[in-house]
Write a protein that binds this ligand. Sequence first.
Ligand code: DSN
Length: 432
Amino acid sequence: MNDFFTADISSADPLISEAINNEVRRQADGLELIASENFVSKAVLETMGSVFTNKYAEGYPGKRYYGGCEFSDVVEQAAIDRAKELFGCEHANVQPHSGAQANMAVLLTALDHGDTILGMSLAHGGHLTHGHPLNFSGINYKVADYGVSRDTEQIDYDDLQKKAEEHRPKLLICGASAYPRVIDFARIGEIARSVGAMVMADIAHIAGLVATGLHPSPIPHCEFVTTTTHKTLRGPRGGMAMCKEEFAADLNKRVFPGVQGGPLIHIIAAKAVAFGEALKPDFKAYQQQVLDNARVLSQTLADSGLRIISGGTDNHLVLVDVFLDGKGITGKEAEAALGDVHITVNKNTIPFDTNKPFVASGIRVGTPALTTRGMKEDEMRAIGSMIAEVIHDPASEDVKTKVKREVAELTARFPMYRSRTDTGGALPVSAG
Ligand code: DSN
């Protein structure tokens, strides 16, 4: 047989092979606390690397523009059916390549160019695609924003009502990328209806919690619900858009041919696999552990003298003020110091931040990935202490050496993917 079909990556492309192996080791040897990241199962990983990557399948199941789509139809229909079962939605489009493209398709469905949207400010935990001036959403539409109150650092629903009355948006956008509290979708739905607006909820961060009933669902209250599939939902990197049946045909047209061409059938197949996993009872136990872990991590960090935005967390993430009005360090410094000891977090602005976004006063930490590795409350207490020690003394090489050793000991107890040195590929092994 032709080498082309049999040569492993290690011989076909040593540079990329080595980078993959290094990434396998980086993920295994570090503590991954980026709230939007997770580790997929071997089944999902294998499906993403399947021969469906070779297939063009513009259109939708049963109505394609190319021949040979019979098996593409099987996987896409399975993804759609499972998504509908998981979220209880009337319609699901599983083709968006990302959350941003799912949001773009919804905005094109709901709005005309120049219409007004009201979204949560990025600086208060929202997302670029909810109306940031540099994003398509801010370029093509008139934007007003809402945020959290200074006192509680939680969404100010009374202010949101006032803003909705003032700006009369056609679409109210809710959902966040750095908001640790329950979002009251029912209240947001009421506010929208009071001004004749539609609602899009972007549940990218909390989709796994919503799917398992551990966060109230936006489905009954919103015309449109979008998500990514790779965060708490623990599927392949990608997006999905859901809506009421009345918008289904239009939404489908906006995804394809509106903003995308050929769907990524290998990713859609992996979405189906991930949704199948999420429908199993142990996924709810996993999500509950994500929540329990986040609460313990939050409490440990608070006990160490760091300030937790909004005073705690109801979901998978914790937003931590490390700047402490100039008495601490910046988010940028914290991210770098923690990176030195193989703890991966991202700097994040906090509400009413006095530092610029690239410096930031906070860090965002999340528990989905480490919970997938099997870590529980005891490990969260240990990790919280490690984080605090580094942040309180970022210049100390002694502290860094000690914490680096603790990270190595902890990660060794929770094995995950390993490097397949004979081929250079990544072979997952069972999570701890
Ligand atoms: N980049 C994602 C996150 O980290 O939350 C949002 O798109």
